[in-house]
Structures are given as structure tokens and as C-alpha cells.
Design a protein around this ligand. Structure first.
Ligand SMILES: C[S@@+](CC[C@H](N)C(=O)[O-])C[C@H]1O[C@@H](n2cnc3c(N)ncnc32)[C@H](O)[C@@H]1O
Length: 661
């Protein structure tokens, strides 16, 4: 039975360097000599494609190499489950993770690398007074606990950058670089990343993204017109950007579409009217026109020309000619007569297509000499997303204030715009995973819920938010801090994220009573690993020596350990878990038997046989597709005999992959 210790591959987050080496080795085995890369051979194999001039194209700054390295260092932390703060823990597929996103992104690699369809982030823009998380290279988790006030801080707090503070862009870039590397690794081959940013860092982030994603994977730089700044000096800048990159542009769907606003509601109404009026299309059309008039203030009114109904659906009558169209003598296929063409116009189809359209009933003969073509809403309900759009920032703030009952969060993004990004990038994939690791008030989670409701989708979100402390005596944070005090919650931003998600979920349910979609979320919190690591310079050597007898930290629950095993073995944090009592011990089968875990604290000699047989029988019953891993607590075994007996029985029954913690 192998023992998993802190530092073992099975106990840490993904080892990105080792994985990179494996990939390189698979491609160029001859470039490896005694386990190390031979760069001379590699250069030779790559021919003229190697850039070895000193002055290379690209952006450089102090700390860049170290920042890249930071993404490669595995995390020693874990994510602890928090069902009491979650909604629909047993059924939901969404995650809200409280913690520093660098550590969390590392921890998510084993379970989610290559699985995420869309990443949307809205990082701090590096405006004066924006808080920038300064990473610590020696102990990321301890540093996180200090920064968030979970353990005594020696004064190192979250710092805000100012242009005069020096190394202004450097600090921001050092923070972003490792996170973007890890973000890319999470994306599927056809995945994309959308990043909100403004003038301060847009040029830099584009160069960094060119480097990490490849300039060939740039998709667009969107301009989001929001509000005018009154404090502007020369030019009133009233826009910001959303830069969009693909992991591999070749693999992304060729056509992204955005629904015409209101189209889904019109199509629903048409179906309703058809069920009321059957094939009496005149009556259905009359009611549809009345429905448009009754909805003058809604987005549907913008597409009121689709007010006719026939067997195919809702349509508008359109001019079949265009400037620059084809000039020829169009004949009515029914009687051979020519249909006159207006001056300076041409037909928008050829004779053959026209004949087919007449056959299909897509042409209305207004008179012998005048025709109209029927354009159906369901065939034209998508538009190509434009690169420039307008959505005032103020309306999102007002809606959020109303939802929360107080102005708790400055500058939230507009959930209706993020919903559009979700629609564009995951339109063909109703089961897509969407991540936002600078979650703020949780707008992306809200947007995913909205998009799922309108498309009956099952998209999942993963949000990550730092429990950034809120100070009641700071004027800018007072409303948010008071909000946390009123609800008796800790004073930090992650509490706002969770509460927004709860309120948004209730609102979505209330507005769509028939909808059975998933609006829940599981809360996890970043913490030190449950598996204790040997501290080389402990505060108290006696405590450290006694404590290291059991590798598991004493203050951790069975559930904590169970989810760490899941995470470190690369399973989804929402995978179904079944628990049974076998031989008096609680045993969990994860993912229909891929993993079986028993974390009981005492397994006597007499227990070993019945427990092993119970597990083997259950595994036979579950019959998982791949190999099963079975995990026990190392300190639980009364002695080596108990341990060896149990392992031997499991091995005999085909369960050879047995580990202990
Ligand atoms: C600009 S806000 C995002 C706002 C969000 N889009 C919304 O609509 O509410 C950026 C957020 O990232 C969070 N943040 C900053 N550094 C972080 C880190 N290292 N890990 C996780 N979250 C972080 C900040 O606390 C802040 O709430």
C-alpha cells in the first residue's frame, strides 16, 4: 500500500514542469539525455525556427522570468468544502471558491485542465488605488492567510499601486502573468478567454497575451462604450476594452452568433399562438401584431416587422431587390410573365433560386408585377457580434444596488453583456464550463444563470474571489462592511459574492417559476493542505514531532480530506459521491467507483477482512469503466498485519491500486 505524503505527486497540485517535460519527450525523445534536455540537439531538430538573438521582439519587465516560474510551482494548499454556505450542495454543478486565484488556479489544474470553454475576467485595471495582490514566492498559502487576516500579519498587507509608487506596470504584470499561464492551461482546445481592461494596461496585456496565447490566436479587441468621464482633461474617454483570445483559433467555431434581442420571446409567442389557432395563420398573425403593440417598451418591439405567421414560423415581408443586385429578366415560373425591376436595383437571387422559393411559398405576389420575399425570424435570428457596443455602466450598478439593498460594490460589470459573451462563446455547447477568477460581485455567475434560463442550458460556472478584507472606517468600503455586519458575516468581498449569487438565484427562480435549471453553487475555501508537511523550522519541535505521527492535520474533517483526495487525483469537485456503511466503517464511492475512500480512524485486525470484502463487493457492483483507486488513512490501521491483510484481499479481488494518507 503506497503512502501519500506531502510533496508526493498525489498530494500536490499539478506539476506543470513535469508535464511539459513529458510532452517534449514524446515529441523529441532524442533531445533527452539522462533525463535532462539537451538544448543543442533540440535546436538542431528545430532548424531555423530558433530565435537566439539577444534583442527579441516582445515586452520585458523586471521579474518576468520569476513570474513565469511562479506558475510552474505546485501549490501546497487545498480547497475545503463549505456546504453550510452553499446552495443545493447535493445537486449543483457550480463552484464559488474563496481564495487567492493563483493558488486556486494551480489547485484546479488536475481536475479541470483542458476542460474550460470560456474564461471571462475583469482584473483590477491598475487604476490609482486599485488593490494588487503581491504574490509571495516562498510560501503562497501562508502569505495568503496573512494578507486576508486569517493568521497574524507582520504588516504585509494588500498594497494598492499608484503611478508615483514606481514599478507601477511591473507589479501588475507580475501579478497577471502567472495567472494567465494557468488560465490558458485550463482552456479546452476550442476555448476562449475574454479580458476586460482599460487604457492603462491594454497595450501591455495584449503583448503578454500574444506571448502566452500566440498572436495568431488573437480574435478581437472589443470596445465597450460605457460612461463619459467628467474629470477628463483633453479627451473624455467613454470606453474600455474586452480583449478576446483563443487557445487555438483554428479550433473555435467558425461563426459566433448573438441572438437578435427579443427573438427568443417572439418565437415563444408564435408557438403559443400556433397552439391556440392551429392553421388559421391570419388569426395568429393578427394576435401577434397585437402582442407587439402591447409590448412597445420591450426589446421585442424592435423586431415587430416579423408580425406574420405561416406554417414555417414568424416572418417579415422584405424587398427582394438591392442596389447592386443582379439585373436580368425575372420570370414568374407559374405563368412565364416578366416581373419588372425598379430603376437602379437588381434582384437578390437568380432565376433558379426564385423558382425554388416560389415552390416553397416563400414569395408573396402582391400583384402581377410586384413581389415580396418572406424572411423568417428563426433563419435570421442571429447576428455576428459587433466589435463596438454601448451599454451604460450605471444601469448595472443600479440593478446590483437594488438586488443587494445597498451600494456594496463599485463598478460591477453588466450581467446582460457578460451573458452575451457566454452566448457567443458557448452558444453551441449547453454544458460548457465557464470560469471567472476575479469574480468581484459574482456577475459572471449571474450571467451564466440567465443564459441557461433563456436557452434551457446546463452551463456550469466556477468563480474565484479573494476574501479581501473590508474596513468599516474606510469611506469607500463602509457600505459593504456594514452589509456584512448586518448579516453577521465576516467583513470581506467574498461574502458579497456569495450573497449576490444567492439573491440572483432567488430572483431568476422567481421570474421563471417553471425553470428547473441549476442555480445553486458549492462553496470551497482555500487553506493549507489537510496533509501535514514536515516543517523544517517549527515553533515548537515537540508539537511538530508528535504531530507528524499522523499526516492528517487534527482540525480537519473527513469531508475536508475526501475533497482533497478528489482534487489531488484530478476528479471534478461536483462528482457524485455515495456513502455506505461497510463493516461498521463509513466508505465513500466517488464518481461511480473510480475512487473508493475510507477515512475511518481505527481499523483493527478483525475489521480488515470484512471491510476489504465489503469494498470489493461494492466495486464489483459499481463496475467502473477504468481502474479504481482505494484510499485509507494510514494511522487508522491497528498494526501492519491489519494493513497487509486488507491490501492482499483487495489485490486478490482486482483492486491493486491502494493508497494510504
Ligand atoms: C474589478 S473586480 C471584478 C468585478 C466583477 N467583474 C463584477 O462584475 O463584480 C476585481 C476583483 O478581483 C478580486 N481580486 C483581486 N486580486 C485577486 C486574487 N489574487 N485572487 C482572487 N480575487 C482577486 C478583487 O477583490 C475584486 O473583487
Amino acid at each position: 500500500m503506497d503512502n501519500i505524503l506531502a510533496g508526493d505527486p498525489g498530494a500536490t497540485s499539478a506539476d506543470v514542469v513535469a508535464e511539459n517535460l513529458e510532452r517534449l519527450k514524446a515529441l523529441f525523445p532524442e533531445a533527452f539525455s539522462e533525463g535532462k534536455v539537451d538544448f543543442e540537439v533540440l535546436k538542431h531538430l528545430l532548424g531555423g525556427a530558433v530565435e537566439d538573438r539577444e534583442e527579441k521582439y516582445g515586452l520585458n519587465w523586471h521579474g518576468k522570468r520569476q513570474a513565469r516560474q511562479l506558475a510552474l510551482t505546485p501549490s501546497t494548499g487545498t480547497l475545503r468544502p463549505c456546504p453550510e454556505e452553499s446552495i443545493d450542495w447535493d445537486t449543483t454543478q457550480n463552484l464559488m471558491i474563496e481564495g487567492d486565484n493563483l493558488e486556486v488556479l494551480k489547485l484546479l489544474q488536475k481536475s479541470y485542465a483542458g476542460k474550460v470553454k470560456l474564461i471571462y475576467i475583469d482584473p483590477p485595471y491598475n487604476r490609482n488605488s486599485d488593490v494588487i495582490y503581491m504574490d509571495d514566492y516562498s510560501n503562497g498559502i501562508k502569505h495568503y492567510q496573512m494578507v486576508t487576516g486569517q493568521i497574524d500579519s507582520d504588516g504585509r498587507r494588500l498594497t494598492s499601486t499608484t503611478e508615483s509608487s514606481g514599478r507601477f506596470h511591473t507589479k501588475w504584470l507580475n501579478m497577471m502573468m502567472p495567472r494567465l499561464h494557468l488560465a490558458r492551461a485550463l482552456l479546452r482546445k476550442d476555448g476562449t478567454i475574454f479580458i476586460s481592461i482599460d487604457d492603462i494596461e491594454v497595450a501591455h496585456v495584449r503583448l503578454v497575451l500574444d506571448e502566452i496565447f500566440g498572436a495568431e490566436n488573437f480574435i478581437a479587441e472589443l470596445i465597450w462604450e460605457g460612461a463619459n468621464k467628467n474629470d477628463a482633461r483633453q479627451i473624455g474617454v467613454c470606453h474600455e476594452y474586452v480583449v478576446v483570445y483563443a487557445k487555438n483559433r483554428e479550433r473555435v467555431e467558425r461563426d459566433w452568433g448573438l441572438e437578435k434581442e427579443g427573438a427568443a420571446s417572439v418565437l415563444r409567442e408564435v408557438n403559443r399562438l400556433k397552439s391556440v389557432h392551429g392553421t388559421n395563420y391570419d388569426a395568429a398573425s393578427e394576435d401577434l401584431a397585437g402582442w407587439f403593440r402591447a409590448n412597445k417598451s420591450k426589446p421585442v418591439f424592435g423586431i415587430r416587422r416579423f408580425k406574420h405567421i405561416d406554417a414555417r414560423g414568424a416572418y417579415k415581408e422584405d424587398d427582394p431587390t438591392a442596389k447592386g443586385g443582379r439585373k436580368f429578366e425575372l420570370r414568374n415560373p407559374k405563368n412565364g410573365r416578366t416581373i419588372p425591376l425598379r430603376q437602379n436595383r437588381g434582384w437578390s437571387f437568380d432565376q433558379e433560386s426564385f423558382n425554388r422559393m416560389v415552390e416553397e411559398g416563400r414569395i408573396t405576389f402582391v400583384s402581377e408585377t410586384s413581389i415580396m420575399v418572406r424572411r423568417y425570424l428563426h433563419e435570421t435570428d442571429k447576428i455576428t457580434p459587433p466589435s463596438v457596443f454601448y451599454q451604460p455602466a450605471r444601469s448595472a450598478s443600479e440593478r446590483l444596488n437594488q438586488l443587494m439593498g445597498a451600494p456594496v460594490f463599485d463598478y460591477p460589470k453588466d450581467e446582460s453583456i457578460i451573458e452575451k459573451f457566454v452566448q457567443m462563446a458557448t452558444g453551441n455547447d449547453p454544458h460548457a464550463i465557464i470560469i471567472d477568477f476575479f469574480a468581484g460581485s459574482g456577475t459572471t455567475g449571474h450571467a451564466v444563470m440567465l443564459q441557461n434560463v433563456s436557452s434551457s442550458g446546463k452551463r456550469r460556472y466556477i468563480l474565484v474571489q479573494l476574501p479581501e478584507p473590508l474596513a468599516p472606517n474606510n469611506r469607500d468600503q463602509r457600505a459593504a462592511a456594514d452589509f456584512c455586519i448586518r448579516s453577521a458575516n465576516p467583513l470581506n468581498i467574498a461574502e458579497l459574492t456569495k450573497e449576490r449569487l444567492r439573491r440572483a438565484a432567488s430572483k431568476v427562480k422567481a421570474k421563471n417559476p417553471g425553470d428547473t435549471g441549476d442555480v445553486g453553487f458549492r462553496v470551497f475555501k482555500l487553506d493549507t493542505s489537510n496533509i501535514r508537511s514536515w516543517d523544517p523550522s517549527p515553533d515548537d519541535l515537540n508539537v511538530e514531532l508528535l504531530g507528524s505521527v499522523d499526516h492528517i492535520r487534527p482540525d480537519r474533517s473527513e469531508q475536508d480530506i475526501l475533497y482533497e483526495v478528489l482534487l489531488k487525483l484530478g476528479l471534478d469537485l461536483c462528482v457524485p459521491i455515495e456513502t455506505r456503511n461497510l463493516a461498521g466503517k463509513s466508505v465513500h464511492a466517488v464518481g461511480a467507483g473510480t475512487l473508493i475512500v475510507c477515512l475511518d480512524e481505527a481499523i483493527a485486525r478483525a475489521d480488515a477482512g470484512p471491510l476489504a470484502l465489503g469494498i470489493a463487493d461494492w466495486s464489483d457492483e459499481l463496475a467502473p469503466a477504468g481502474e479504481t483507486t482505494v484510499v485509507f488513512r494510514d494511522s487508522a490501521f491497528a498494526d501492519d498485519v491489519a494493513k497487509t491483510n486488507l491490501a492482499a484481499i483487495l489485490e486478490q479481488r482486482g483492486l491493486g491500486n491502494v493508497r494510504s494518507l
